[in-house]
Each structure stands twice: as structure tokens, then as C-alpha cells.
Design a protein around this ligand. Structure first.
Ligand code: PLP
Length: 410
């Protein structure tokens, strides 16, 4: 009588036929490198940049090898120096502090609230204590903080903001696309995000010098004039001997796959929203489980779903996750003692020597996370919600719990 979900939490939609055709055209002519063009030809990569810039209303856009490469490029363009502190969210994924560490800088983590956004009071305290001048703001799992309040605070503190939009491509705050509040916005086009090219990243900005630095950093040799969503050559002339080449370009094959997906972003957001709201309805009222309230001004992309099991002991959460897994429902637990799959916690990033963050520890100890791929139907979502509600009830009532290692706070 107990039902089991048979679908896959990691199956994305296929590449649209227009992307497949464009990719085959690139393979047939063989000019995969973005600067390998014939007379009069504009590379797929340059067109992708132009079209993505227009989509988010940015002056400049650069395509890169990954979202992580885009973030590291952004920090380098801002001339973050080795050893310099860079503020970032304690609740994020490993490539974010990794981008900071990759340039020899030092991540300084900021607490997460129960809404799963950055704690602005702690941000102010950490900014003052560290003297940081850059914030790498991660819109983790698509939860966007009050961007007006954040930018006002950043301006007051003299912080430049780089937005990690790996989970918010297509999202908006008060109508402004995510990635367009800070100095630079970074996006990922990795398979599990909102446009799929396997791997890939995009960087946007309105600042001509930052854009030129980013293009030079990505490895443009002296071919920057072949970009379209880039500043005019004079801006490059001033910088071209000063900025190192840190090769991390995107190629024409990936750009060809991505271009037809830009026009799908709005529809994808609407479809994700329907799945997300279906999950909200299915879980509403389940005892012991707290849903995350979405602010009115947040036009979010619901490509994943989170809820809290506040105050639950580790063994009970582990029993719940195991119970759901046995019924085909794949959940991630941010409170697990050991990093698993894509999920790790700030305390696991030991190279950054993280200070304990009690508020984040408390929130993450009960934080459950799942993907909502667009291959799910509304019926799939309803079934998954029924299984979760069932298993939450069973775990809440369970008496004999197998002991688990408690998450280490250090
Ligand atoms: C995936 C991801 C990135 C980086 O993306 P890659 O393209 O995999 O390098 C950055 N931030 C978050 C929160 C992510 O989930």
C-alpha cells in the first residue's frame, strides 16, 4: 500500500532541436574555437554573449568554461589580491568558496537566515571585522534576499558585489533580473542549472573596464575586437599589457547549444514555478516540517525545493532521509556529518579555516533539499509530496533511532 516514486531526480530535458541542429553545423564546419572564424562570420560564442546580454539588459557579457570560472574571473577583474578577504554565504556550494580560494584569496563566511538568504546584520559585522571590499553573493538554491536592502548596505560599506546566479538564471527581484544588481553577475550553464551545455558559464556587467579585464582574463589573445557584447577597443588598449591570460573560454559548440535556450527561460521559470507550488501545496500542513516563505518581490525559478525540520535530532533526520530514499525520493540533507554528492557545508571547507557559525549550524542541521527537474509532471510532484509527508510523520513518531554521527561544528 505504501507507494514508491519511480522517476529520476537528475533527468533534465533534452537539448532543443534547434540547438542540436546548430551544434551539428558547428561540428560539420569544425571551427569550434571561438576565434576560429572565416571572413564575415560571427562566432556562435559572440552571438550567445550578445543575446544573453540583451536578455538580462546588460551592456557586456562574456561566455566562459564554467560558472566557477566566471566567478574567479569576476574576482580577478575586481583585482582581488592573494590573501584578501572576500565575503560570501556560509550556505552555498563548494565552487563558490572554491572560486575565492582559486585566486589565493580568503573566504569569510556570513550566516544564513531561516529564509535561506544571507543575514544582513551578520554581513555588516563580518565586513567591518574583516575589512573586505568584495562580496561574492550566492543566491543559493534560488533564494534571493532583499536586494534593495543588500545593495544599500553594500554601498554604505563600500563593498563591490559579485552575484552568483547559478540558481537564479531567469529570476528577478522587483522586476530586475538576478545578476543585474551587483557590479558583476555570474551564471552557470552546467547540466543541472537552467540552460544546459554540459559545462559553461556567463558573466555580465555594465562596467566597461571590468568587462575588458574579464575578456582579457578569459584568454582573448589580441582578438577582443571579435566580441560583440564587449567595450570598444580603446578600453582594451589601456589594459591589454597589464591583464594576464587565464584561459577559460567557452567554445562555439556549447554556445550553439545554448543560444536557442535563452528564449525558453521565461517559459521554464513558469513551468518550474508550477512544480514548486505543487510541492508547496502537497507539503502544507505536514506536522514538524517548515516551508520556506517566498517574498512577494521575488520572481523565483523553482528548480529545487527546500524545507526545514526545525529542532529535529540528527538521528531522526537521518531516519527520515533513509525512509524517503527507500521509496524513491532522493533528498539532500545539509546537516549530514560528511559531505555527500553535490552537498557540503561551510565547515567542510577546511582550507578556508571557517569560524563556527551557530545560526547557520542550527538552520542547516534541519535543512532538506531536493531537485525539481522539468521532466517531473505535476502528478510526480504530488506523489513525491505524499511520500515526504508520510515519511516525516513516520520519522517524527519513530522510537528506535539508529545513532548517527552528529555534524561537527568545527
Ligand atoms: C553549480 C554552481 C556554481 C558553479 O557552477 P559550475 O558551472 O559547476 O562551475 C556556482 N554556485 C552554485 C551555488 C552552484 O550550484
Amino acid at each position: 500500500m505504501s507507494e514508491t516514486f519511480r522517476g529520476s531526480f537528475t533527468q533534465q530535458e533534452p537539448i532543443p532541436e534547434a540547438g542540436i541542429d546548430a551544434a551539428l553545423a558547428v561540428l560539420r564546419h569544425g571551427r569550434l574555437h571561438r576565434y576560429n572564424t572565416v571572413a564575415g562570420e560571427v562566432a556562435e560564442t559572440a552571438l550567445l554573449e550578445e543575446e544573453f546580454a540583451a536578455h538580462v539588459g546588460a551592456k557586456y557579457c562574456l561566455a566562459l568554461a564554467s560558472g566557477g570560472a566566471a566567478m574567479a574571473c569576476a574576482l580577478r577583474a575586481l583585482q582581488v589580491k592573494p590573501g584578501e578577504p572576500v565575503l560570501s554565504n556560509a550556505f552555498t556550494l563548494a565552487p563558490v568558496p572554491g572560486a575565492i580560494a582559486s585566486i589565493g584569496a580568503r573566504p569569510v563566511f556570513v550566516e544564513v537566515t531561516e529564509d535561506l538568504t544571507i543575514d544582513l546584520a551578520h554581513l555588516e559585522a563580518q565586513a567591518k571585522a574583516s575589512g573586505a571590499r568584495v562580496l561574492l553573493l550566492s543566491h543559493m538554491r534560488g533564494h534571493v534576499c532583499d536586494m534593495e536592502a543588500l545593495m544599500a548596505l553594500a554601498d554604505r560599506l563600500g563593498l563591490r558585489v559579485v552575484e552568483d546566479c547559478a540558481h537564479t538564471m531567469g529570476a528577478k527581484w522587483k522586476g530586475v533580473p538576478s545578476g543585474r544588481h551587483g557590479a558583476i553577475g555570474c551564471y552557470s550553464t552546467q547540466t543541472y542549472k537552467h540552460m544546459n551545455s554540459g559545462e559553461g558559464g556567463l558573466l555580465v556587467t555594465d562596467d566597461a573596464e571590468l568587462a575588458a579585464r574579464a575578456v582579457l582574463l578569459s584568454g582573448s589573445y589580441m582578438l577582443y575586437a571579435r566580441h560583440r557584447a564587449a567595450p570598444p577597443p580603446e578600453v582594451f588598449e589601456r589594459l591589454k599589457l597589464e591583464v594576464p591570460n587565464v584561459s577559460s573560454r567557452m567554445d562555439n559548440l556549447r554556445a550553439a547549444i545554448l543560444r536557442p535556450q535563452i528564449a525558453l527561460l521565461d517559459d521554464r521559470r513558469a513551468r518550474w514555478r508550477r512544480l514548486y507550488q505543487g510541492m508547496e501545496r502537497g507539503l502544507a500542513g505536514a506536522p514538524g516540517l517548515k516551508l520556506i516563505e517566498r517574498p512577494q518581490h521575488e520572481d523565483y525559478v523553482g528548480s529545487s525545493f527546500q524545507f526545514l525540520l526545525p529542532g529535529w535530532e540528527a538521528a531522526r533526520v537521518a531516519a527520515f532521509v533513509a525512509g524517503a530514499a527507500a521509496r524513491g525520493v532522493e533528498l539532500k540533507w545539509f546537516g549530514a556529518a560528511e559531505p555527500q554528492g553535490f552537498t557540503s557545508r561551510y565547515a567542510h571547507w577546511q582550507y578556508a579555516a571557517p569560524e563556527p557559525l551557530p545560526q547557520s549550524d542550527r538552520v542547516l542541521a534541519g535543512l532538506i533539499d531536493m531537485r525539481l527537474p522539468l521532466t517531473f509532471t505535476p502528478e510526480d510532484v504530488a506523489q513525491i509530496a505524499r511520500i515526504i509527508a508520510d515519511e516525516v510523520r513516520a520519522a517524527a513518531e519513530a522510537r528506535d533511532l539508529a545513532p548517527v554521527a552528529a555534524p561537527a561544528a568545527d
